[in-house]
Design a protein around this ligand. Sequence first.
Ligand code: FES
Length: 120
Amino acid sequence: MRISVGTVDQLPVGRCVAVGDGSVVVARVGEVVVAFQNRCLHQDSRLEGGLIENGRLTCPLHFWRYEVETGRHIGGRGNLDMYPVEVVDGEVYVEAPDPAPPMGMREMMLRHAKEWERGD
Ligand code: FES
């Protein structure tokens, strides 16, 4: 899905803002705009409000850190999903995956069990 975010100037520098249906955060880093999943790898908390300094995004809840260029969790495993950003005449668009269909309780429990077995 293509998300219209507004203009580059409307985005605060170095702070993650939720856009679209809330599943994506964007942040302005200088004149570059980056987009990530709005879900921390630690406890699935939302990353909106997270700060970006010195090329690192910090989750606002327990301060896990991620590389802005790659989404890599610093000091741990895993990567945040990153999404392509296009700026057309100052307007920012993010190409994010379509929302997943709602998950049943059984599927949700199996997913968490698999993540737990892998140590995610
Ligand atoms: S939920 Fe992000 S660091 Fe804990």
